[in-house]
Write a protein that binds this ligand. Structure first.
Ligand code: ADP
Ligand code: MG
Length: 349
């Protein structure tokens, strides 16, 4: 144990949020040191990663939707499940190596937050990838717990905490008490589905095909879940479905909100369903403690208000929701000796 601590001083121990959209790495004392899209460019039809693994993250995201015939950019965790183990491994090891650099003296300890919905086989694959990428020890931490730690919730105490983490591919809803998850639900409806709803709306109402990146921009710039004071509009560019030619059109924030209704309702229903299943004593705690929102999807304007209305509970947005999970993994790493026994986070395959 003491030796382990000593080695820890000389190695770049890191906490990793392996997200469906973004992967973040936090290092003790340094905060977030890496924040890149979970995207890998591969040769089309193969899982051969381009340029010796250099086409990962930002470089690869820029290729999404714009790749020439022989290359495709892939999001290997898109739907919260690992669609391709080899590509996920290539991505994870690229990020781990990038952070530890060439200068490491000892191999790092790595805490990886994984969606709670993934299977034992997928967990094993993530674990093995980290070990192969040079981790000295690897710990897996369930994402809702990492989010709760990052948001500063009293998840270890005898009171209920509730976290709703809305990412790109999945929304995870969990109610925790005494360091353990009492009830949780993971659905594959999240930020990506909002983008898709905008794409479908543009196609249906304007005969305009737009790309995923454009749709995401529309969502972030003028999207909302509840009525906002200053309703606005913006220009959207794409390809006309009838003439086949490039064209732009203007859309309003009101129609974007209407387009988002269906996936938003699915997210809200997941939250209320989880609440309906919780023990009465924990439900009583939540009346006091409310709900904490994390993940990039939680940044949609008006979402806290809508969830507050649907549940009758207090809803707060975590500080910097996009980095909440990564910061949680780093805090977990700092307290690992103390917390390991209370949290069922280790490899229990
Ligand atoms: P994951 O953990 O699955 O990687 P993140 O927590 O990184 O996901 O969140 C990514 C999602 O958050 C994407 O769908 C992105 O479009 C969305 N997002 C980021 N910023 C905003 C914003 N300001 N408003 C609405 N959605 C946002
Ligand atoms: Mg996430």
């Amino acid at each position: 144990m003491i030796l382990d601590r000593l080695i820890g001083i000389f190695s770049v121990d890191m906490g990793i949020d392996l997200g469906t959209c973004n992967t973040l790495v936090a290092v003790r004392g340094q905060g977030i040191v890496l924040n890149e899209p979970s995207v890998v460019a591969v040769k089309k039809g193969t899982n051969q990663v381009l340029k010796n693994g250099q086409a990962v993250g930002w470089v690869a995201k820029e290729m999404l939707g714009k790749t020439p015939g022989s290359i495709t950019a892939i999001r290997p965790l898109k739907d919260g499940v690992i669609s391709d183990f080899e590509i996920t491994e290539a991505m994870l090891s690229y990020f781990i190596r990038k952070v530890s650099g060439k200068s490491w003296i000892f191999h790092p300890r790595v805490v990886i937050s994984i969606p709670s919905g993934i299977t034992a086989v997928e967990k094993r694959a993530v674990f093995d990838s980290a070990e192969r990428a040079g981790a000295r020890r690897t710990y897996l931490l369930e994402e809702p717990i990492a989010a709760a730690i990052g948001a500063g919730l009293p998840f270890g105490e005898a009171t209920a905490s509730m976290i709703v983490d809305i990412g790109g591919g999945t929304t995870e809803v969990a109610i925790m008490s005494l360091g353990d998850i009492a009830t949780c639900e993971s659905v594959r409806v999240a930020g990506d589905d909002l983008d898709e709803a905008i794409i479908a709306h543009m196609r249906r109402s304007y005969n305009l095909m737009i790309g995923e990146q454009t749709a995401e921009r529309v969502k972030i710039e003028i999207g909302s879940a509840a009525q906002v004071e200053d309703e606005t509009s913006m220009d959207v560019r794409g390809r006309d479905m009838i003439s086949g030619l490039p064209r732009k059109t203007s859309i309003t924030s009101t129609e974007v909100r209407e387009a988002l209704q269906e996936p938003l309702n699915a997210i809200i229903e997941t939250v209320t369903r989880t609440l309906e299943r919780v023990e009465p004593e924990l439900a009583a705690d939540l009346v006091e403690n409310g709900i904490m929102l994390a993940g990039g999807g939680a940044l949609l304007r008006g979402l806290p208000v809508v969830l507050q209305k649907a549940t009758g509970l207090d809803v707060r947005l975590a500080e910097d929701p996009l980095t909440c999970v990564a910061r949680g993994t780093a805090i977990y790493l700092e307290n690992i000796e103390e917390w390991r026994d209370t949290l069922e986070s280790d490899m229990d395959l």
